[in-house]
Design a binder for this molecule. Sequence first.
Ligand code: NI
Length: 168
Amino acid sequence: MALLEIKVLGAKVLREPAAPVAAVTEETRRLIRDMFDTMYEAEGIGLAAPQVGVSERVMIVDVPDEEGDHRVHALINPVVVESDKETDKEIEGCLSIPGLEEMVTRPVRVVVEGLSPSAEPVRIEAGRLLARALQHEIDHLDGILFIDRLSPLKRGILMRKWRKKRKG
Ligand code: NI
């Protein structure tokens, strides 16, 4: 088990578009294993490679569905290929902005395509929490954080809270 350091808001890597993975290798799979270890240790439901300082298009999620079963996915080069016009608003947080949460509006359902850790094409039709988690993590690969999805007013309030927390 290997735990990676989770980068927090202010780290440059969180704001850079991540590079596509040219070839899925043993190194990619090791990164994914370490990301799962790191995510579970931090009690998160999703993690993107830039959050552990690796600017590559790799992300993982482990989200409970309505039946309480876990939907676990590791995706390489994921792309949202379809997204619903219908949106909903739910509370979101981020391991890179610990302690802050806010309601974020996103499409209810999305279809995401990417590669599995064994380099097989994957297509996921997701709704609700899984759809939200996938969109949140794919945003990370474009250097986008959930705070960017808020109104300037809400973002301002959160950023003041954040600076206060950091000062201790
Ligand atoms: Ni996040």
